[in-house]
Design a protein around this ligand. Structure first.
Ligand SMILES: [Zn+2]
Length: 584
């Protein structure tokens, strides 16, 4: 392919709305163009990379014996009513009406459609296990689309669904997808690590996310360097040493006029935030609950919702808080509170704490939860942070940032129940199929590759997903001899299935070098009249500092050798590490 025949414009300036490197480079290298917030067109070079990623995904899914299908993106909303997700997914779903007034959705995912489909197609245990997948456009009405392809309204996903007879068989299907994901990301040149994750709106028994570590990542990843425990911060647990209760004097009310936040209170009483109990009132499925956590910690709402098994969880408004506590907002506390109270594990046996008095402008000193309050249960309820203790080995945990590129879920029978997806076993009994679902954000993966692999000059593509393996800079496109050498070389490389992009523009060499670095094809070849006078062609690997000088005759072999070496780096190993999940 030649630049002069390609719809490709590189930009010197960063796009104004781009906050992270990969977004800037995606646009500057001419890979994609924005239509409007969260909507992007893939340009010829960007589409080539995307198609290479799709090919890798498809090959690995087929290797794992998943069968490719293609389901409609437009779905009747009644399917979502049946699973109860029309409500839980809420405004994140695009909804529209057809001309008869029937409510439709643009699918953000396909559990409903696929379960309905397989419920009709599968009758016997002989047809199981069965895993199907598709590579398709998905829609999500993001509140704030940002970071380019990372958080878009329309994106391409690979989604797979497994159907099995038993929980054990479902584990085998889960494992097959997990291993396929490890291979996919390795082949894409991505360093993606599997971490334990929250099951969120999808639901189910357990799940792993595949995280690409990057400072710009939106997800917190908690990691134990000692034992390998890794989890999304939303899901991460911590070890708490059990306290021996210390003697605690009688409660004492203290006047704290108009002091409402822990920070104000700490300053006013000259105490550390950890000496306070933070009391929050929530509505879980419309019922009030009180939640207690140490004053220096943040509540993890995902954990709370999971623990309560609640469909909806919202912070109570001022009216509810006044009704529950009898005080204005800011003075809630556990003493004499009659609603259900859940406290963080760190508060078990804790004494001599300060809490709201459930009376306006008053707090209580010397709180001993065991003595002074009726705690329904102690649970791990806070967001785990760096320095907390590992739940497995009790060593110190570290905190990193990550981009989620894949997510695997063991769903169990949640959707089979809603859609009556049953099979007959060998004894003629009708049983629910056990499901798993597995997603890869394909367009997001493309940008994650860029985010993980770049330098100040531009992208450094892994050869497996680069728009082109090789770029040849023709420094003298008006020189016939140079053109002949370039054409000959292109042919020799094409014979070895290496794709080649030729910069044949009438531009200064400096401009071509800059653009080659920006676009970042892994092998750069320079052919110019001056070099040819000494029978020399220059070959350089993107990201390396040294160029190799080769003869015209030896150039093809030199390039093929370098390219093969680069391809080998992204071959997945046959050994796959065990998932960090206690269910294994
Ligand atoms: Zn550990």
């Amino acid at each position: 392919m030649r630049w002069t025949r390609t719809l490709l414009n590189t930009l010197r300036e960063n796009p104004q709305d781009a906050e992270i490197n990969s977004h800037k480079l995606l646009i500057r290298a001419g890979l994609a163009r924005k239509l409007s917030g969260g909507l992007y067109t893939f340009m010829p070079l960007g589409l080539r990379s995307l198609q290479k990623i799709i090919t890798i995904v498809r090959e690995e899914m087929n290797r794992a014996e998943a069968q490719e299908i293609l389901m409609p993106a437009l779905q009747p909303a009644e399917l979502w009513e049946r699973s109860g997700r029309l409500q839980t997914m809420g405004p994140g779903m695009f909804k529209l009406k057809d001309r008869t007034g029937r409510l439709m959705t643009l699918g953000p995912t396909h559990e409903e459609v696929v379960t309905e489909l397989l419920a009709a197609e599968i009758n016997s245990y002989r047809q199981l296990p069965c895993t199907v997948y598709q590579i398709q456009t998905k829609f999500r009405d993001e509140i704030r689309p940002r970071f380019g392809l990372m958080r878009a309204k329309e994106f391409i996903m690979k989604d797979a669904y497994s159907f099995d007879t038993t929980m054990e068989q479902a584990d085998t299907s889960y494992r097959a997808m997990y291993d396929a994901y490890v291979r996919i990301f390795k082949r894409c040149g991505l360093d993606a690590c599997p971490v334990e994750a929250d099951t969120g709106d999808i639901g189910g028994q357990w799940s792993h996310e595949f995280m690409v570590l990057a400072d710009s990542g939106e997800d917190g990843v908690i990691d134990c360097p000692a034992c390998g425990y890794a989890a999304n911060q939303e899901k991460a647990e911590r070890f708490i040493a059990k306290k021996t209760p210390a003697p605690c004097p009688a409660n004492e009310e203290i006047a704290t006029p108009a002091i409402k936040t822990i920070d104000q209170l700490a300053a006013f009483l000259k105490c550390q935030p950890a000496e306070f109990i933070k009391t929050m009132i929530y509505l879980a499925d419309e019922q009030p609950v009180a939640v207690l956590i140490p004053g220096d910690r943040e509540l993890n709402e995902h954990k709370l919702k999971q623990m309560l098994g609640a469909k909806t969880l919202t912070m109570a408004d001022d009216t509810v808080i006044q009704c529950v506590t009898g005080a204005t907002v800011g003075f809630a506390g556990p003493v004499n509170l009659t609603t259900r109270i859940y406290a963080d594990t760190a508060l078990e046996n804790a004494t001599n704490l300060i809490a709201g008095a459930n009376k306006t402008d008053l707090h209580i000193r010397n709180v001993d939860l065991k003595r002074d309050a009726q705690i329904t249960a102690y649970e791990d309820l806070v967001i785990v942070r760096e320095g907390d203790c590992c739940p497995r080995c009790q060593k110190k945990l570290e905190m990193k940032r990550g981009i989620e590129v894949g997510h695997v879920f063991k769903l169990g029978t949640k959707y089979s129940q809603s859609f009556d997806a049953k099979y007959l076993n060998e004894h003629g009994e009708s049983l629910e199929m056990v499901m798993g679902c597995y997603g890869i954000g394909v367009t997001r993966t493309l940008q994650a590759v860029i985010e993980q692999s770049n330098d100040k000059d531009g992208i450094i593509w892994p050869i497996t997903v680069a728009p082109f393996a090789v770029t040849i800079l023709n420094l003298d496109p008006s020189n016939e001899h140079v053109n002949n050498v370039v054409a000959q070389l292109e042919q020799e490389l094409a014979n070895k299935h290496l794709d080649v992009f030729i910069d044949d523009r009438t531009e200064r060499p400096g401009v071509k070098f800059k653009d080659a670095d920006l676009i970042g094809c892994p092998v750069r070849v320079v052919v110019g009249a001056r070099g040819l006078t000494s029978n020399t062609i220059e070959v350089k690997q993107r990201g390396s500092h040294e160029a190799i000088a080769t003869t015209v005759e030896g150039a093809a072999e030199c390039i093929i050798g370098l390219a093969s070496k680069l391809f080998e780096q992204h071959q997945p190993s046959t050994q796959v590490t065990k998932p960090s999940q206690k269910h294994y």
